[in-house]
Design a protein around this ligand. Sequence first.
Ligand code: ZN
Length: 137
Amino acid sequence: MFQEEVRVKTGGETDILDISDEVEEVVRKSGIKNGVVHVFVIGSTAAVTTMEYEPGLKEDLPGALERIAPKNIEYKHHLRWGDYNGHSHVRAAIVGPSLSVPVKDGRLVLGTWQQIILIELDVRARNRRVMVTVMGE
Ligand code: ZN
């Protein structure tokens, strides 16, 4: 098992970063050739998944999340904390904080048009910590 924290800086709400290279670098460092890599963003207002990383989808995914959990409606979370990011938490819970990707012959098993993405769902730019755990042999 090999574990390393990757740090990235997001550019604000619904910014989407391609973190495939960072994850692949941790896999390379681990020396593990076959197994699985687990990627987990620490925090409840960001999410990790895969997507074709292209400009159209970088607008389409935030657009879909706006329809699912609109920003300008009332959330009970606001009554409790007053930080007005209820939609951020709901969106993050739906997309999810983690992802597992198979590792074969030292490489990530991803489609050609499939990148590992981190999406910032909070209402401001943030520094994000991503725990990458490689398991296998
Ligand atoms: Zn909050």
